[in-house]
Design a protein around this ligand. Structure first.
Ligand SMILES: [Zn+2]
Length: 135
């Protein structure tokens, strides 16, 4: 990615992150209102009784905005892992915007295989062992 593009994208992402922190109280109110609505219920779970990969996302994000990492992991660990992955990509982008290279996220088939296997295992196991999730 060209340095100028990386600089623009990283600036926009930084502004978005700062706005998220500044507006976290208002975001929490919106999320709470969304959770109370009946539309917030998972259709997949309602029909099958099983957790879909997105079950617990809203409560996970709500917990993260409240600073409760352990609760966030208990609702959906995949969302927390995805956020960490995005933070790694952001760090690489930020380094690129200053003309540096940083390899935070491995680019290999082995890493991709491990991540996809762990993700699939988590989605299956959280439906078999209820103690793995609070969702
Ligand atoms: Zn669901």
């Amino acid at each position: 990615m060209k340095q100028k593009s990386a600089r623009i994208i990283s600036t926009v992402l930084t502004m978005f992150a700062v706005l998220t922190v500044i507006l976290s109280d208002k975001l929490l109110k919106v999320i709470s209102a969304f959770e109370r609505k009946s539309e917030a219920k998972c259709v997949f779970r309602a029909h099958t009784g099983l957790l879909c990969p997105a079950c617990g996302n809203t409560r996970c994000v709500s917990s993260l905005l409240n600073g409760d990492l352990f609760a966030a992991i208990s609702y959906n660990a995949f969302t927390v892992a995805l956020l960490l992955f995005c933070m790694g990509l952001y760090a690489e982008l930020l380094a690129n915007s200053f003309g540096r290279t940083a390899a935070v996220i491995p680019r290999s088939y082995r890493f991709l295989t491990v991540v996809l296997t762990l993700s699939a295992a988590y989605f299956i196991l959280r439906n078999i062992f209820p103690f793995l999730t609070a969702a």
